[in-house]
Design a protein around this ligand. Structure first.
Ligand SMILES: [Zn+2]
Length: 296
């Protein structure tokens, strides 16, 4: 998952309804989803919930007006105590979850138990970090996120998210901020149409066919599809920065105990292994040249 030359097998198609002050997008990711989810052997329920959340983040990140990362981070006291999913503005998506013991039933936010969902937007460079915390309510992650947009952002939003064995998909409609609709019935009409779409259709039909199936009586402007990839942003360089930030004493302790230093990426599970010579070189280089400010 660290190869940079992988062809994307996912796409995001945005569209607007001119004059109706409504925008939307469809995201679909095929085989790379099964490759991603197999890395951690998620139980079925966790697999479904993680897939739905990983379909949500590129939809949300597609509206960012700057370069950065959008994350959803759920934490609670339930059988699924932790999940984090991220999409960069250029739609590189990754996610991971931790669960406890046997876990089954519906892929509902109730699995997190008592807890909260954080929506975090971190611009690269000097921009202001944004964080909102919302209750983990609703039958589905889609409902929970719609609640966030409707209440915290005052943006009427409806989402569909689904996760299958061989792919994930999502679609959203959102009233555009600061624009008036020429048609006061547009929002209830368009969202009612959206609700008629089945998971099978969202996963299996092309975006063009989905748009035709739902909105054949409406006027839409459809934008060129953007590539979406499930890809981890971890690297040897970033792992080395992390080791440097831990400090030489702590890293030397691990080395003395284990004979090498093994750092596993929390997202993709890739293991970065440092032998004693590499640890020597890492800290020798740091002493020769103090590290500049880094970004994570
Ligand atoms: Zn990784």
């Amino acid at each position: 998952m660290t190869e940079q030359d992988q062809a994307p097998d996912g796409y995001l198609t945005s569209f607007i309804f001119p004059g109706l002050a409504v925008r939307g997008a469809i995201v679909q990711v095929a085989e790379s989803w099964s490759k991603w989810s197999i890395l951690r052997r998620y139980p079925g329920t966790v697999h479904d919930l993680l897939g739905q959340a990983m379909a949500a983040v590129p939809l949300m990140a597609s509206t960012l007006k700057f370069e950065g990362v959008l994350s959803l981070q759920a934490q609670g006291d339930g059988a699924l105590p932790f999940m984090v999913v991220q999409s960069s503005n250029d739609l590189e998506v990754r996610g991971t979850a931790r669960w406890k013991g046997e876990i089954g039933g519906a892929a509902s936010p109730a699995l997190f138990g008592k807890g909260q969902l954080g929506i975090i937007i971190e611009p690269y460079g000097k921009g202001q970090r944004y964080e909102a915390l919302v209750p983990l309510e609703g039958e589905t992650i889609a409902e929970c996120l719609a609640g966030y947009f409707n209440q915290s952002e005052q943006l009427d939003t409806r989402l569909l998210l689904c996760s299958g064995e061989s792919g994930i998909a999502g679609m959203f409609l959102q009233r555009m901020p600061a624009e008036d609709s020429l048609d006061s019935d547009a929002w209830p009409r368009l969202t009612a149409l959206l609700e008629t779409l089945t998971n099978e259709e969202l996963l299996g039909l092309s975006p063009q066919d989905i748009i035709r199936r739902l909105f054949h009586e409406e006027t839409l402007q459809v934008f060129a599809a953007r590539a979406v990839s499930l890809r981890c942003r971890c690297s040897h360089g970033k792992t080395s920065e992390l080791l440097l930030s831990m400090g030489e004493a702590e890293v030397r302790d691990i080395l003395a105990e284990q004979g090498q230093v093994e750092m596993e990426c929390g997202f993709c599970g890739h293991k970065y292994i440092y032998d004693p010579a590499e640890i020597d070189a890492l800290f020798a280089a740091e002493q020769a040249e103090p590290p500049t400010e880094t970004r994570h």
